[in-house]
Design a protein around this ligand. Structure first.
Ligand code: SAH
Length: 264
C-alpha cells in the first residue's frame, strides 16, 4: 500500500460521494471513454480495475470511472432502497423510484444514442456478454452499469429508462459488482491507448472467433517436458501456421459452439 495522493480515476470515484462532483470529472482527459457504475457497494470499486494496466490508465485519465452510490437516493432516515416483493416470496427488491433517481443522475451529460452510451442492468436474464459486446462498448463514448442486489430491480425502473440487460454467464452472483468489473475489464483493455500493445490483441482468444493456441516460455525443457519444436525453429510462417492449427483444434475440441460470428 502507498500513501501517495489518490490519483485521477480514484479521485473521480471519491468525488461521486457528492452529486455535483459527477460533472466536475477531475483530471480525466477530455473525451476519454467513461463508465458510470450504480451500486450499493461503491467500496468494491475500482477493485481489480485499479490494478496493473487498467489501473495505470485510470490514474492517467485515459478512461474514467464514476461510481454512483445507490444509497444516496434511498428514502427516509434510513435511506431505504428496497422493499418486499409484490406477490410475496423471499428476499427484497430494489425500489423503482430509488433506482430511477440514480439512473437519471447517471444519464446527465451522456449521449442519448444508446449505441454510443449503453445503459445496462447486469442480470442473469440478460443477453450474454461476449467479446463482440466489449468491442461495441469500447467503440462508444462510455457505458452506464446498474448493479443489482438482493432479488433484483423493480421491472418498471428498467422499462422507464429503456435499460438493456446483459449477463456475465449462466450462473447467479450475489450482486452485479463482479460482473461490472469483468465487463469493464474486457472493454477498457480493447482501447489502444490503454493496452499499449495492439498486436497482442490481434492474436488472442476470440479475436478471430477462435480460442488461442497454447503458450510456452523458458526453460525449453521443464520436468521432462519440452516445447513444440516448431516454436524454437525461428521460422515465422511455420509458427503462425502451427498456432492457427492449434487454435482450430482447441476450438473444435472445447468450444464447437463458437462460430465466426464473433469476428470483426
Ligand atoms: N433473482 C435474480 C438474481 C438476483 S442476483 C434472478 O433469479 O434472476 C442479485 C444481482 O446480482 C442481480 O440483480 C444482478 O445485478 C447480479 N447478477 C447475478 N447474476 C448475474 C449474472 N450472471 N450476470 C450479471 N449480473 C448478475
Amino acid at each position: 500500500m502507498t500513501d501517495r495522493p489518490r490519483s485521477h480515476g480514484r479521485l473521480a470515484i471519491s468525488a461521486t460521494a457528492q452529486p455535483r462532483d459527477l460533472m466536475a470529472e477531475p483530471r480525466r482527459l477530455a473525451g476519454a471513454w467513461s463508465a458510470r457504475v450504480i451500486t450499493l457497494f461503491p467500496e468494491a470499486f475500482p477493485g481489480t480495475l485499479g490494478l496493473s494496466l487498467l489501473g495505470r490508465a485510470l490514474d492517467r485519465g485515459l478512461w474514467g470511472l464514476e461510481v454512483i452510490d445507490l444509497r444516496r437516493f434511498g428514502l427516509g432516515r434510513h435511506r431505504n432502497v428496497d422493499d418486499t416483493p409484490a406477490g410475496g416470496g423471499a428476499g427484497m427488491v430494489l425500489r423503482p423510484d430509488v433506482v430511477s433517481a440514480a439512473l437519471r443522475e447517471a444519464a446527465r451529460g451522456t449521449p442519448e444514442d444508446r449505441a454510443l452510451w449503453p445503459v445496462v442492468y447486469l442480470s442473469p436474464r440478460g443477453r450474454p456478454f461476449t467479446q463482440a459486446t466489449a468491442r461495441a462498448w469500447a467503440a462508444g463514448r462510455g457505458v452506464t452499469l446498474l448493479c443489482g442486489r438482493f432479488e433484483g430491480v423493480d421491472e418498471r425502473a428498467l422499462e422507464a429508462h429503456g435499460v438493456e440487460e446483459v449477463s456475465l454467464g449462466d450462473f447467479v452472483l450475489t450482486g452485479g459488482e463482479v460482473a461490472a468489473q469483468a465487463m469493464l475489464d474486457a472493454t477498457v483493455r480493447l482501447m489502444p491507448e490503454v493496452l499499449g500493445n495492439a498486436a497482442s490483441l490481434a492474436e488472442e482468444s476470440f479475436a478471430d472467433g477462435l480460442l488461442e493456441a497454447p503458450h510456452y516460455t523458458r526453460p525449453t525443457e521443464w520436468e521432462g517436458r519440452t516445447i513444440p519444436e516448431v516454436l524454437l525453429s525461428g521460422h515465422h510462417e511455420r509458427i503462425a501456421e502451427w498456432r492457427r492449427q492449434e487454435a482450430e483444434r482447441l476450438t473444435a475440441a472445447r468450444r464447437p459452439d463458437l462460430r465466426p460470428r464473433d469476428r470483426h
